[in-house]
Design a protein around this ligand. Structure first.
Ligand SMILES: *[C@@H]1O[C@H](CO)[C@@H](O)[C@H](O)[C@H]1NC(C)=O
Ligand SMILES: *[C@@H]1O[C@H](CO)[C@@H](O)[C@H](O)[C@H]1NC(C)=O
Ligand SMILES: *[C@@H]1O[C@H](CO)[C@@H](O)[C@H](O)[C@H]1NC(C)=O
Ligand SMILES: *[C@@H]1O[C@H](CO)[C@@H](O)[C@H](O)[C@H]1NC(C)=O
Ligand SMILES: *[C@@H]1O[C@H](CO)[C@@H](O)[C@H](O)[C@H]1NC(C)=O
Ligand SMILES: *[C@@H]1O[C@H](CO)[C@@H](O)[C@H](O)[C@H]1NC(C)=O
Ligand SMILES: *[C@@H]1O[C@H](CO)[C@@H](O)[C@H](O)[C@H]1NC(C)=O
Ligand SMILES: *[C@@H]1O[C@H](CO)[C@@H](O)[C@H](O)[C@H]1NC(C)=O
Ligand SMILES: *[C@@H]1O[C@H](CO)[C@@H](O)[C@H](O)[C@H]1NC(C)=O
Ligand SMILES: *[C@@H]1O[C@H](CO)[C@@H](O)[C@H](O)[C@H]1NC(C)=O
Ligand SMILES: *[C@@H]1O[C@H](CO)[C@@H](O)[C@H](O)[C@H]1NC(C)=O
Ligand SMILES: *[C@@H]1O[C@H](CO)[C@@H](O)[C@H](O)[C@H]1NC(C)=O
Length: 673
């Protein structure tokens, strides 16, 4: 009996050994051939240089084998710079459970043969250049859990059979060119947790069968050309934390009990659709919400969200909707934002809000860096509590500029700009335009050392331009004070704005001469000083403003000659000197060669220039005068040189014998030259 057992046992052992060897040899040979084929159509081989006969294939870089059977179970070749295409022979690596080729430059189609990989659980082909379709055969990979095809050039439609992949948990194919809608059969993916189809021109409706995805936490369907309504079954997916439908043509409204339906919601993005109805007040109870973006829809009705429980919220974009009713408590919701200490961005632009800006804006988060409230109909004063928002980097408060039929708003901001605005030292941009602000421009703005642009156009601001403001070397984009009642001269500090591109001060009461320091603004492309009371000549220092493309000095009292250096400004596209008191010859080169590129109307003492101008011929004196400055310069240089030489000569003579002059042998070298 014992011997029989021993015999059987030894036979079994021998059988197992043979079986193993057989499996071993046959197996590694198949894998070996498949890997060689894989390598053979990869164009740059550096990453696969270890794939040679010196090593067992299980030691090739990026190749992982099973411990016992030594068959290839994983290909890990992420970010290896691989070019070429993906060999169909990969379909013979039948033990594979993971393929990662993310972030390479593979092109061509995804081979059908991958459908043979019944053990495959993870397939990562994202961030390549694959084109063609998603193979219908993928539906045979019944163990697939994670399929990532994002950022390729895939076309065609989502294979219906994908719905059979009952273990599929993550399916990502954002940034492709898939069309043909979302197949309703995908509703069978009952294990799915994350579905990202964003940025594919899928088209069609959102199937209500997606309401079967009970495990779903993340759904991205932005930029998918979807239309119709959001099926209510979606709001039944109570585990959802991230939901994005941005940039589609979705219609309909949101359910009122959003808080009970999606209690875990953190990220909610609906921007740029055609949704209507009210933003459900129950959002007040979605206490985990961090990101709310509903801009660009037709949401209406009074905004009744109480944000006080939303302690983690960091971004609120409710702009471009129509909540405003002109009632006194339109802006009451601002009070409820006090506890939202992570709030970084609050965008309320173009919502038809009316009323006074509540002083409680001063209690908003220190983290608030963007507060965009322009194109509403606020009236009354700008509360000085705005100076408490230390984190602000930008503030936009321009009035609606209605272009079409709608009437302009009647109510606008008035009163002074609070001095406290200078506390906001992180400001990068400040725009308060087209209102009725009055009083002075606060010199405290000179504390905003990061300011890139300041636009206060179309108000009733008076007084002078604060010098402190012109010392902000950070101003590089724009300084726009046009259409106010500013007076006094343009301070000489203006020349310190060396990096400024756009200087716009037309239609004020600025007077005095144009400071010659203005020539220090060597980066200016646009200079508008039209419609002021400037007098005197155009300073010759402006010759250094070579980059200027538009120069408007019209409607002032400027006199003297038109400087010849303007002819040499090759970037100058438009020059307006009209309605001043210039005299003498109009130049003919550069911008002056094209009669439509400049205007000199309303200057009665000009002569010469293009024949089209119809001006009288110039007297000889004007022609002489033009050369005069050059002559002066030559004389000045010559006399300076002469004085220096005399000085050095006298000095060296005096200190004769001392080393300073002899050492450099100054006399000899210099005078022989
Ligand atoms: C297959 O495995 C055997 C045993 O380890 C080895 O001798 C042989 O070289 C392998 N073949 C390939 C192609 O790696
Ligand atoms: C195989 O690759 C290794 C590493 O790249 C290299 O050192 C070795 O010389 C190669 N062997 C052969 C036979 O090409
Ligand atoms: C993608 O791969 C390249 C190397 O080919 C690497 O430099 C880059 O950092 C990778 N990008 C990511 C996001 O991993
Ligand atoms: C895969 O293996 C089979 C044999 O098992 C072989 O005939 C075929 O050429 C291999 N390659 C592909 C792509 O099927
Ligand atoms: C598609 O998958 C089936 C089942 O795995 C397989 O028999 C067939 O060869 C595959 N088709 C191609 C073109 O590889
Ligand atoms: C989805 O499941 C239903 C019922 O189990 C079945 O009839 C249908 O064929 C399945 N569709 C897909 C695409 O899996
Ligand atoms: C939401 O779920 C409930 C219970 O699971 C179900 O009775 C109801 O029909 C579902 N509603 C939708 C619109 O799917
Ligand atoms: C928030 O939830 C509480 C408790 O469930 C409820 O009484 C209240 O009406 C809800 N608030 C809103 C605005 O829906
Ligand atoms: C802010 O939170 C405190 C408790 O942390 C609470 O008492 C207070 O009412 C909240 N304020 C607002 C405006 O909701
Ligand atoms: C700013 O936000 C961070 C978290 O993002 C938080 O830890 C910090 O307390 C906030 N600061 C203020 C002043 O609320
Ligand atoms: C700011 O909050 C404090 C309490 O933290 C409150 O006393 C004060 O009235 C609030 N200010 C405004 C303008 O709402
Ligand atoms: C040219 O000179 C004459 C006489 O000197 C003077 O009357 C006339 O105004 C001058 N014309 C111009 C355009 O300066």
């Amino acid at each position: 009996m014992n011997s029989l057992i021993a015999f059987l046992f030894s036979n079994l052992v021998i059988f197992l050994i043979f079986a193993t060897i057989a499996a071993f040899d046959g197996g590694n040979e198949t894998d070996y051939q498949a890997l060689l084929k894989f390598k053979s159509i990869i164009r740059n081989e550096e990453a696969l240089s270890s794939w040679n006969t010196s090593f067992h294939l299980c030691d090739w870089s990026g190749v992982i084998c099973g411990k016992r059977h030594r068959r290839v179970t994983a290909l890990l070749l992420k970010s290896q710079g691989l070019e070429g295409s993906l060999s169909p022979h990969v379909g013979n690596l039948s033990f594979l459970h993971l393929i990662s080729l993310t972030n390479n430059s593979l092109q061509g189609t995804i081979p059908h043969e991958l459908g043979r990989l019944s053990r495959l659980r993870f397939l990562y082909l994202g961030s390549n250049k694959f084109n063609g379709v998603i193979p219908t055969n993928m539906s045979h990979c019944s163990n697939l859990e994670d399929l990532r095809l994002n950022n390729n050039n895939l076309v065609g439609s989502i294979p219906k059979g994908i719905g059979f992949l009952s273990k599929l948990t993550y399916f990502l194919f954002e940034y492709n060119k898939l069309t043909g809608g979302i197949p309703p059969g995908l509703g069978n993916l009952t294990s799915i947790e994350l579905f990202n189809a964003a940025t594919n021109p899928l088209g069609g409706n959102i199937p209500h069968t997606l309401g079967h995805w009970k495990s779903l936490t993340t759904l991205y369907l932005g930029l998918c050309s979807l239309s119709g309504t959001i099926p209510h079954s979606i709001f039944n997916l109570s585990l959802l934390t991230e939901l994005s439908f941005r940039d589609n043509q979705l219609t309909g409204s949101l359910p009122s009990a959003l808080d009970e339906m999606l209690p875990h919601l953190r990220y909610f993005q609906l921007q740029d659709n055609q949704l209507t109805g009210s933003l459900p007040p129950s959002i007040s109870n979605c206490s985990k919400l961090e990101f709310l973006e509903v801009r660009g829809n037709g949401f209406n009705g009074k905004l009744r969200i109480d944000f006080s429980k939303l302690k983690d919220i960091y971004q609120i974009n409710i702009d471009d909707n129509t909540y405003g009713f002109g009632e006194a408590d339109d802006m009451k919701f601002i009070d409820t934002l006090r506890n939202c200490s992570r709030l970084k961005r609050l965008d309320l632009r173009n919502c038809r809000f009316k009323g006074v800006l509540p002083t409680s804006i001063g209690n908003l988060s220190d983290n608030l860096s963007f507060f965009i409230i322009q194109e509403n109909e606020f009236y009354g004063n700008l509360p000085s509590s705005i100076g408490n928002l230390f984190g602000l980097t930008g503030l936009g408060l321009s009035r609606n500029r209605f272009t079409g039929k709608s009437p302009p708003p009647l109510l606008i901001l008035s009163g002074p700009i609070p001095d406290a605005i200078g506390n906001l030292s992180l400001f990068i941009t400040l725009t308060i335009s087209s209102n009725r602000l009055e009083g002075h421009i606060p010199s405290s703005l000179g504390n905003c050392h990061r300011l890139l642009e300041l636009r206060l156009y179309e108000n009733k601001l008076s007084g002078g331009i604060p010098r402190q403001l012109l010392q902000l070397s950070s101003l590089t984009i724009a300084l726009d004070f046009s259409q106010n009642n500013l007076s006094g001269s343009l301070p000489t500090e203006v020349g310190q704005l060396k990096m400024l591109t756009y200087l716009d001060m037309p239609n004020n009461n600025l007077s005095g001469e144009i400071p010659s320091s203005l020539g220090g603004c060597t980066s200016l492309s646009f200079l508008y000083l039209k419609g002021n009371l400037f007098q005197g000549t155009i300073p010759s220092s402006l010759t250094s403003m070579r980059g200027v493309s538009t120069l408007d000095l019209s409607h002032n009292n400027l006199s003297g000659q038109i400087p010849g250096f303007l002819e040499r400004f090759i970037l100058l596209e438009y020059l307006d000197l009209s309605f001043n008191d210039f005299e003498g010859q109009v130049p003919m080169l550069g911008v002056f060669a094209n009669a439509s590129a400049f205007s000199i109307l309303g200057n009665s003492k000009l002569c010469g220039g293009l024949a089209e101008l119809g001006l009288p011929k110039c007297n000889e004196t004007w022609k002489h005068k033009r050369r005069f400055p050059l002559f002066i310069i030559v004389i000045m240089i010559a006399s300076t040189l002469f004085t220096t030489i005399c000085f050095v000569y006298v000095w060296c003579k005096k200190s004769n014998g001392q080393p300073s002059c002899n050492d450099v042998n100054f006399q000899n070298n210099f005078f022989h030259f």
